[in-house]
Design a protein around this ligand. Sequence first.
Ligand SMILES: Cc1cc2nc3c(=O)[nH]c(=O)nc-3n(C[C@H](O)[C@H](O)[C@H](O)COP(=O)(O)OP(=O)(O)OC[C@H]3O[C@@H](n4cnc5c(N)ncnc54)[C@H](O)[C@@H]3O)c2cc1C
Length: 407
Amino acid sequence: MRITCVGGGPAGLYLAILAARRDPRHRVTVLERNPESATSGWGVVFWDDLLDDLYRNDPESAATLRRDAVVYQGQDVLIDGHPAAHLGGYGYSIGRRRLLEILTHRARQLGVDVRFDTPADERVADADADLVVAADGVHSGLRDRHADEFGATGTLGRNSYIWLGTDKVFDTFTFAFARTTAGWIWFHAYPSADRLSTCIVECSPEVRAGLGLDGTDPRAHIARLEQIFAGPLDGHGLLDRMPGQQPASWHRFREVRNATWCRGRTVLLGDAAHTTHFSIGSGTKLALRDAIELAALLPRDATGLDERLGAFDRHRRAVLGPVQDTARRSMAWFEDVDAHLGPDPAAVDPVTFAYDLWRRRGSYPRWRYHLHLATQVGTVRTARRAVGTVRRVVRQRRRPHVPAVPG
Ligand SMILES: Cc1cc2nc3c(=O)[nH]c(=O)nc-3n(C[C@H](O)[C@H](O)[C@H](O)COP(=O)(O)OP(=O)(O)OC[C@H]3O[C@@H](n4cnc5c(N)ncnc54)[C@H](O)[C@@H]3O)c2cc1C
């Protein structure tokens, strides 16, 4: 089959890798509008469940990704003037640029024609393809031209966020909440390799305006944020771009849903099909899993493609609905931070607040709360980390032995 992926993000590249692995006779092309290595954004987090899937589907790229990812242990919640409250768990993080380099390299190794500096419209994509994969992200042009047929909706979140980096190296996933004269503002930060961390700053539109963060000079925004977060950043600076990138700007999260992901020979994948608020850290994982599921259903030639696309659409959309509902709850929790924290930082109980933050996606059994209280004790945290390390190592040792899905 001739397969054209529009968009060289995780969804388009991974679909290309898996299609080429599955049948080297497929002619697979990826069209990416940006120059090579000109990705926006900093690090993305993921967990062992994704690594298991990646090792099963393409052990080569999975091993490189694991090698270049960093591990964070535990989560810290910092609230103006209070000692940190702690949450358990560990995860991985990798710079988005490195992730895309790994996937591009692997795709080329497998014979995929990856073309950068190549913006594609529908005419270009359709010209020579049995299947067009619209992996062109949240603002997908291929989707929006036929928004009615896809039943596309886009709902904007209320808060503003800006995706920054910092040279402070966090070793935990850290939330820091600062009370300003305009109200609460906070960041979500985690390590992202190369002695850098990711730092996503979020606040309500009122706070953004009240702090003068809606002006036209982005450098002034960075300076103001460095001043506000001087404590949790230990005086380190914030970075608004990687070398060669455009400077970061403020956005509002856009939740994309579609009534169907297929239209003729075109199928939506990744953010073009669905988005989930960044506070559940899952968009990349979901994009990669879309690719895994679609690749597994691809026929050897174009015969029966319509039915296969229909099956993909029905099944994957059903899986995504509840995940998007969870992400919406998480987003709504952050939109309500003022109510959770109140106007007086001194009156906040950080341990209770941290538990509230942790269970924002749904409810948990009572024992979880007792575990949370115990996690505030240093020796318990050390023990939980040790258990996490053993789990991680055991899981990693098993991976090279996971039978790969046959190509
Ligand atoms: C602040 C923030 C933090 C996040 N953190 C995490 C996290 O921790 N973990 C996680 O799993 N996810 C995270 N995500 C989500 C994640 O970045 C996305 O879900 C993921 O990148 C989706 O992959 P994609 O391939 O569908 O789209 P994208 O990565 O957006 O790729 C789409 C590509 O298509 C290209 N393109 C667009 N139009 C055209 C065209 N006409 N022609 C050619 N190319 C085109 C674009 O240039 C882009 O390279 C975060 C997102 C944000 C905003």
